[in-house]
Design a protein around this ligand. Structure first.
Ligand code: FMN
Length: 614
């Protein structure tokens, strides 16, 4: 799985870094974390001379995170170069040195000394809220930020990342100033200024009174700022602030970050960075819809170009690269094989026009076994069958189960989307069930064998010489066994005119290029019995069609409501049974709502439990 990213020409093996000040220089964590696995190690801020930091107490736990007022305590660049850089150099990871200072000259001195070091990137901290002079001031005024960035850029041998403060009004403006001054990347957010008071002692908890807030509590602010910065600049962004798991990291990447850094959570769980890397990899793998197909293709061409014999089986090789949870669950494994993992657990819901659930079918092994008529074709030379069930194949068996369980329900109108537009489905619905009208939009233009005219999306035949002219529908009495009226269409240029000799009206075709020798003009009949698709008991494109089809909105809403409930929407589970249970519970909840609303005579709330309870 490739999760490499590039920051200013430096390639990181994955997008996960440590956040400065929360991981020392890596040494303290090396017994928990394999540093080789990290995208980069970002060191604690280092200044030109040693800094003592602030008086204690300087950290405090708060709801959802922590406050710190360490004050950038550090041993100074000389000790750092001698002690920390050689340690980090032993690892196959990228080294990012975080630089702090009180004046521009302080920063420049450190940057200059790091010039010939093996550091890959320099992160310039202009945003620490816990030091009295310098630092934060640079990060809070766009013109100061511009000046310090351009001064450092001129001196630095490595690409520079400007670390921005969240304690500003307009983060976009700050990001733009850094970019304009030549920053190669930006990172954000540093901590938010916070405070904690011990109400029993009536004292500030931190000796510094204020401290920087970090941890999950700041994540929404951080995501928002990363997003705003990403809208404002083109340079890469390293996002951080409260990242506690792989999904948090993905959220930052989606907001526009190229890489992420993990800070305060290292103190809670020292293994967290490695765990997040694994979670990102699993997420990327699982959300790649053509995962197995792509790998199989690559391995096949690998076999060919390297002239390998049949002892190399691309399928076996591809399956062995699936994540272990996929191999452990036959259902998920099957979905990898099918190439659309996102639909690992497919199900069908039958609702009435109000969107109230009547039936749920789970398209699993049991369903396929109880419906041997479903033939799922083999797509390729794969040793495994493609057992994916198309919507159109699932409908008839689902309805068969439904009608068998509910013989007293005899619906007259079917509403479905274009996925169900197949001849077999119209036949089943109109000839084997109680449905009299079937509202299914056409998937493709209606094809009727052996005709010289086209039929438009609404099923109306068009003039053979000019497809933009629709033939005119003429009502006709039914002479068919089914009682369905024959569909008769006449030439659009035909008019009924009075024949004074015959003393009656007759058809006269006024076409200059007639497509028939008849003076009445062309007539086209579509026989519903022969083509239920053309006339599914109703006419496409009419007002009746449009107003009835609108009812599907209820159904869509209801289905989305189902998907939102429990773990269905976000696939939080990889367990088929849990998902089934959740779905059934969602259905039961909906039905109880209907019954309660009915008993209380509050029919307007049949679809929404919350206002009903209120
Ligand atoms: C104890 C502590 C020390 C920190 N020291 C530094 C530092 O030296 N330089 C810096 O740029 N950021 C420093 N930070 C800020 C973090 O790198 C990070 O930007 C911030 O904590 C938000 O991420 P988090 O919520 O994942 O911790 C420090 C944060 C903490 C909690």
């Amino acid at each position: 799985m490739n999760t490499k990213v590039q920051i200013a020409g430096v390639e990181l093996k994955n997008p996960v870094m440590t956040a400065s000040g929360t991981f020392g220089s890596g040494m303290e964590y090396s017994e928990f974390v394999d540093l080789n696995k990290l995208g980069a190690v970002v060191t604690k801020g280092v200044a030109n001379v040693p800094w003592e930091g602030n008086p204690t107490p300087r950290v405090a736990e708060v709801y959802g995170g922590m406050l710190n007022a360490i004050g950038l305590q550090n041993p100074g660049i000389d000790v750092f170069m001698e002690r920390d850089i050689p340690f980090l150099e032993k690892y196959d990871t990228k080294i990012v040195v975080n630089v702090c200072g009180k004046t521009v000259e302080d920063y420049l001195e450190v940057v200059e000394k790091l010039g010939d070091s093996p550091a890959h990137l320099l992160e310039i901290n202009v945003s620490c809220p816990n030091v009295k002079e310098g630092a934060i001031a640079f990060g809070q005024k766009a013109d100061y930020l511009y000046d310090i960035t351009s001064a450092i850029k001129k001196k630095a041998k490595q690409p520079i990342i400007m670390k921005l403060s969240p304690n500003v009004t307009d983060i976009g403006e700050m990001a733009k100033a850094a970019e304009a001054a030549g920053a190669d990347a930006i990172s954000l957010i540093n901590t938010l200024t916070g405070m904690k008071i011990d109400i029993h002692k009536r004292k500030f908890v931190l000796a510094n009174k204020t401290g920087g807030l970090s941890g999950p509590a700041i994540k929404p602010v951080a995501v928002r700022m990363v997003y705003q910065a990403a809208q404002a600049v083109k340079i890469p962004i390293i996002g951080m602030g409260g990242i506690a798991n792989g999904e948090d990291a993905i959220e930052f990447l989606m907001a526009g970050a190229t890489a992420v850094a993990v800070g305060a959570m290292n103190f809670i769980n020292p293994y967290i960075t490695e765990e997040i890397i694994a979670e990102i990899e699993a997420w990327v793998t699982e959300n790649n819809p053509k995962y197995a197909n792509r790998i199989i293709k690559q391995l096949k061409s690998f076999k060919k170009t390297n002239g390998l014999d049949d002892s190399f089986d691309p399928y076996k090789a591809a399956y062995s690269s699936m994540p272990s949870h996929a191999a452990a669950s036959p259902a998920i494994q099957q979905m990898y094989i099918n190439g659309h993992f996102c639909y690992a657990f497919k199900f069908g819901i039958v609702t009435n026009g109000l969107g109230i659930v009547r039936h749920i079918s789970f398209y699993n092994k049991d369903f396929l076994e109880s419906h041997p008529e479903i033939i799922v074709g083999k797509k390729s030379d794969s040793p495994d069958e493609d057992k994916s069930l198309a919507d159109s194949k699932a409908l008839v068996p689902t309805l068969k189960d439904f009608f068998q369980k509910h013989p007293l329900i005899n619906p007259k109108t079917f509403l479905g989307d274009a996925a169900f537009d197949s001849i077999g489905i119209y036949k089943y619905l109109l000839q084997e069930t109680s449905f009299e009208k079937v509202y299914i939009p056409l998937k493709n233009k209606l094809k009727i064998e052996g005709i010289d005219y086209v039929v438009n999306d609404d099923g109306i035949p068009c003039c053979p010489h000019d497809a933009s002219l629709l033939m005119k529908r003429e009502g006709s009495k039914s002479h068919l066994r089914s009682g369905l009226p024959t569909m008769k269409f006449v030439c659009p240029k035909m008019k009924w005119e009075w024949d004074s000799i015959a003393k009656k009206t007759k058809r006269v075709c006024h076409c200059d290029t007639p497509c028939t020798a008849s003076s009445c003009g062309r007539m086209i009949y579509i026989y519903p019995e022969q083509n239920l698709r053309a006339y599914p008991g109703t006419i496409r494109g009419t007002r009746e069609w449009d107003s009835t089809y609108k009812v599907r909105v209820n159904v869509e809403k209801s289905i989305n409501h189902f998907k939102d409930s429990f773990c269905v929407a976000d696939r939080k589970t990889q367990n088929e049974k849990t998902l089934h249970a959740d779905l059934l519970l969602a259905g039961i909840t909906q039905l109880i709502t209907v019954m309660a609303a009915d008993k209380l005579h509050r029919h307007q709330y049949i679809r929404s439990l919350k206002p009903l309870i209120a």
